[in-house]
Write a protein that binds this ligand. Structure first.
Ligand SMILES: *Cc1c(COP(=O)(O)O)cnc(C)c1O
Length: 449
C-alpha cells in the first residue's frame, strides 16, 4: 500500500479535525506509517521532523522505549476499569505524584479524558463550589481576549479565537472578556512586564465590578498558544492571583498546552510563584501517547462537596474513560523521565539553541517579532514590519510555509501567519538548525509577492 492508496481510502470515509475537507482536493493528506523520536514516516519512506509535537502533545519523541515499556506492561495487567466505586494503582500513583510536583495546595485530582473535558470540569466545579457555599449569584466566568480553552460548548464559550467560536456564538454562555496582556501589542520601548502590568488595570476593574457574580477567572498561563502563540509576563499572574483572592473569585489555570516543561519550568504558574484554585492538565500529561486529563484542586474545593449523600452536593460528573489505566501508565512513565533525566536543564540548552538559530529572522523585512517562552518559539510574519500590519488571512501565507516545510521534510503547521516551533524535547541542536533554515526559506517564499 502506497501513500496514494491510503489517502484514497481515507478521503472516502474520514472527516478530519480542524479541516476544510475540500482543501484536500489540492493539499496532500499525509498518511503516517510510523514514528520514531522526532520523526514521522509515511508509507513511502519520506520522513517529517515533528516540530509541533503532533499538536503539542509529544514530549519525549514518538515510540519512546521507556513509555512503550510501561504502557505495554500495563496492557497485560488491566486495560480499563470504571473509576466510580473502583480504583487502580496507575490512577492512584499518578494522582500522588501530580500532587507532589504541582504548585502547593493542589491536593485533589479529578480525572477526565481530554483537555476540553477538563476545562468543563473546572468550570462546573467552580460554579458548583460557590453554590454549595450558598453563593448562588455567582454564575459567570471571566476570561482573556484571544484565549483558547477547547472546543466543547463551555470551553468554547470561555475561549476567544473567532475562527473557532464565531459560528457557534448563539449556542454559547455569555462570558466576561478582558483584554489580553499579550505583549505583542506593547508600545515601542515598553517592557513586556510593564505592558502586562498596565494591562492588569482592566482585569482589576472587572473583578471589582463582577465579584458578586463571577465564579472564576480562567487563563492560559504565560502563552496563549492557539491564539497565535501570544506571550505575556508572569507579573500578570501574580497580580491576578492576589486580586482573585481579594475579590473572592477562583483562578483556573489552563496548563493543558503549557504544562510539563514547555515554558521552561515544569508548570508555567511556577514563574509567577502562584497556586491556582484549579489547574487543568492534558496533552503532555501522557507524553503524547493517550488521551487523558486531570483537574487538580484544593482541599477547600473538595470540602465544599463533601457531605451526606442526601445533601445533593456531590460532583456528579463523569466520562466513560475517566482515569484510563493505560493513559495513567503513560503518565507515570512520563513523570519518571522528568524525575530521572535533567529535562528542564536540557531544555534550557535547546531553548537557547532555538533563540540563536532564529536570531537573524528578527531583521527579516516581513517578520514583526520573534518571541519565545522556554521551548515555545514563534515568528510573526507581517505585511508591514513598521506598522505590524498583518497579511490578509485569505492569502493563507502560512500555508505556503507549511507546504515548503513538508517538501523539506519538516512538519511546521503555522497558526495563520505565525510560524512556531514547539518540538519534542528529544530534538537535537542540529535539527533545530534545520527547523530554522526551513522556516526562513518558507518565510522568504511566502512573503515574496
Ligand atoms: C488543546 C487545548 C485545550 C483542549 O484540549 P483537547 O484535548 O484538545 O480538548 C484546552 N486548553 C488549551 C490551552 C489547549 O491548548
Amino acid at each position: 500500500m502506497t501513500n496514494r492508496d491510503w489517502v484514497q481510502r481515507d478521503l472516502s470515509v474520514l472527516w478530519h479535525p480542524c479541516t476544510q475537507m475540500k482543501d484536500h482536493e489540492r493539499l496532500p493528506l499525509i498518511p503516517i506509517r510510523r514514528g520514531q523520536g522526532v520523526w514521522l514516516e509515511d508509507f513511502e519512506g519520506q520522513r517529517y521532523l515533528d516540530a509541533i509535537s503532533s499538536w503539542w502533545v509529544n514530549l519525549f519523541g514518538h515510540a519512546n522505549p521507556r513509555i512503550n515499556a510501561r504502557v505495554t506492561a500495563q496492557l497485560d495487567e488491566l486495560e480499563h476499569v470504571l473509576l466510580a466505586g473502583f480504583s487502580h494503582a496507575p490512577a492512584i500513583e499518578l494522582a500522588e505524584r501530580l500532587v507532589g510536583i504541582t504548585p502547593a495546595g493542589l491536593s485533589r485530582v479529578f480525572f477526565a479524558d481530554n483537555g476540553s473535558a477538563a476545562v468543563e470540569v473546572a468550570l462546573k466545579m467552580s460554579f458548583h463550589y460557590w453554590r454549595n457555599r450558598g453563593q448562588t449569584k455567582k454564575t459567570k466566568f471571566i476570561s482573556l481576549a484571544n484565549s483558547y480553552h477547547g472546543e466543547t460548548l463551555g470551553a468554547l464559550a470561555v475561549g476567544d479565537v473567532a475562527l473557532y467560536k464565531e459560528t457557534y456564538r448563539p449556542l454559547l454562555m455569555e462570558v466576561i472578556s478582558v483584554a489580553s496582556p499579550d505583549c505583542y501589542a506593547r508600545e515601542a520601548g515598553e517592557s513586556c512586564a510593564d505592558y502586562s502590568r498596565r494591562r492588569f488595570a482592566e482585569m482589576e476593574a472587572t473583578l471589582a465590578r463582577y465579584a458578586d457574580e463571577a465564579c472564576a477567572v480562567i487563563v492560559e498561563p504565560l502563552v496563549q498558544c492557539a491564539g497565535n502563540m501570544r506571550m505575556y509576563d508572569p507579573v500578570y499572574l501574580k497580580m491576578l492571583r492576589e486580586a482573585c483572592d481579594r475579590h473572592g473569585v477562583h483562578l483556573i489555570a489552563d496548563e493543558i498546552a503549557v504544562g510539563f516543561g514547555r515554558t521552561g519550568t515544569l508548570f508555567a504558574c511556577e514563574q509567577a510563584g502562584i497556586s491556582p484554585d484549579f489547574m487543568c492538565l492534558s496533552k503532555g500529561l501522557t507524553g503524547g501517547y493517550l488521551p487523558l486529563a486531570v483537574v487538580m484542586t484544593t482541599d477547600d474545593t473538595f470540602d465544599a462537596f463533601y457531605d451526606d449523600y442526601a445533601s445533593l452536593r456531590a460532583f456528579l460528573h463523569s466520562h466513560s474513560y475517566t482515569g484510563n489505566p493505560l493513559g495513567c501508565a503513560a503518565g507515570l512513565a512520563t513523570l519518571d523521565i522528568f524525575a530521572e533525566d535533567d529535562v528542564l536543564g536540557s531544555n534550557r540548552r535547546l531553548a537557547r539553541a532555538m533563540a540563536a538559530a532564529t536570531a537573524e529572522l528578527t531583521d527579516h523585512p516581513h517578520v514583526a517579532e520573534v518571541r519565545q517562552t522556554g521551548m515555545i518559539l514563534a515568528i510573526e510574519m507581517v505585511r508591514d514590519k513598521a506598522t505590524k500590519e498583518p497579511y490578509d488571512w485569505r492569502e493563507r501565507r502560512g500555508l505556503r510555509v507549511y507546504r515548503h516545510a513538508l517538501k523539506e521534510g519538516v512538519l511546521l503547521r503555522p497558526l495563520g501567519n505565525v510560524i512556531y516551533f514547539m518540538p519534542p524535547y528529544v530534538i537535537t541542536e542540529e535539527q533545530i538548525h534545520t527547523l530554522a533554515r526551513v522556516a526562513r526559506e518558507g518565510i522568504d517564499l511566502a512573503t515574496r509577492d
